[in-house]
Design a protein around this ligand. Structure first.
Ligand code: ZN
Length: 369
């Protein structure tokens, strides 16, 4: 295993209108640049990872294994940076080197092993994808149709026998956009293998918004009866009556469950908790728990929650903070993202006559890839 992974991250990101380079922005729970480094490390295919970047940002890697990570300063252009890295690793006498752009965080481990396998037979292995769009060529103000199946969009990581790449790179004076160009312009053979559509370049700020937001609504109502404990939002509220139901009748938690199920398109509370013997007198936090566990397992994150508790008595204001703290713990959401409103109904109807308590909930949930 005498392979080295060079990560090019010295670019300023000209098309990215922000005050720091895009590779240092958060992308799916870490910095964009870290995705590639972490993947290269996890693959265990490389002796060292050479990160070509401004020293200004070296702190990002302060907790990384120093034996594995080498940080070097970039050059003026991409090929200068790449050459700096090749010069740096020359002393290790590497067999193979992978060159990768930090702007592509989504390659798979499978792609790395595929590249390495082909490198046993070929001197340069480069992943590509075909265009999804039709392609035209403009020449002297004339347009020509091109066969899009013959157009190759090259990606990184690109894999090379070190010596072959080094000998070409050291002679290269003009700007190039990838190392495959060195082989192509010198009429040397490149093995092109099918890349991955998901391995596209993060170019614009909107590329960072890979998460989707979903909304869900929940409603519940239970009848008030004497001599039953009253549970609201998972806690016991002192009151002369409680809510009648197959479970503990906690209208708030039931409406929250339905709102979550709504946002994640998973039917309703009755589907998961039918009125069977198994769920007789079940406490509502127990019903909520597996729903919350499933959420985080499926990369969902609750963003915020707004609750209307509709009743004449008890007065919500008195218990608001306690209920919010209880819900916050049950659904792992900061209390600042939960709002609870008390609403009376002007003594009208069953709720107005204190015969029932109702609750409505709206929730927003973010889905990460
Ligand atoms: Zn209910």
């Amino acid at each position: 295993m005498n392979n080295y992974f060079v990560l090019l991250a010295a670019g300023k990101g000209q098309r990215f209108s922000q005050n720091k380079p895009k590779q240092y922005f958060d992308y799916k729970d870490k910095k964009l640049i870290q995705h590639s480094v972490d993947k290269a490390l996890a693959s265990k295919l490389f002796k060292k990872i050479i990160i070509v970047q401004s020293k200004k940002y070296k702190n990002i890697f302060k907790n990384y294994n120093k034996q594995k990570i080498v940080i070097i300063e970039g050059g003026k252009e991409r090929n200068d940076s790449s050459l700096n890295a090749l010069k740096k690793i020359k002393k290790y006498k590497p067999n193979n080197v992978f060159i990768h752009d930090a702007a592509r965080p989504n390659f798979s481990n499978k792609l790395l092993t595929k590249l390495l396998k082909q490198l046993k037979i070929h001197k340069a292995v480069v992943p590509f994808v075909n265009s999804q769009d039709s392609v035209k060529l403009r020449k002297n103000n004339k347009y020509f149709n091109l066969d899009r199946d013959k157009i190759l969009f090259t990606q990184t990581p690109q894999a090379f026998r070190f010596k072959d790449l080094y000998n070409l790179a050291i002679k290269q004076k003009k700007r190039i956009t990838d190392e495959a160009s060195l082989f192509v312009s010198n009429n040397l053979k490149v093995k092109f293998i099918l890349g991955e559509n998901r391995n596209s370049k993060i170019t614009f700020p909107e590329d960072f918004k890979t998460s989707k937001i979903y909304y869900g609504i929940g409603f519940d109502i239970h009848k008030l009866i004497k001599n039953k404990k009253l549970y609201l939002g998972g806690i016991k509220i002192p009151y002369h009556s409680g809510l009648k139901g197959h479970s503990d009748g906690d209208v708030i938690l039931h409406a929250i469950i339905d709102a979550i199920l709504g946002a994640t398109r998973k039917k309703d509370i009755g589907f998961f908790y039918p009125n069977t013997k198994k769920f007789k007198n079940i406490r509502s936090p127990k019903m909520l728990k597996p729903i919350i566990n499933n959420l985080s397992k499926s990369n969902y994150l609750i963003n915020n929650l707004d609750i209307n508790l509709i009743c004449e008595q008890p007065k919500v204001s008195k218990y608001r903070d306690k209920i919010i703290i209880s819900i916050s713990k049950l659904i792992n959401l900061h209390k600042d993202r939960i709002n609870l409103k008390g609403k009376t109904v002007e003594k009208l109807g069953l709720i107005g006559k204190e015969k029932a308590i109702a609750c409505e909930v709206i929730i927003s949930i973010i889905k990460y890839d």
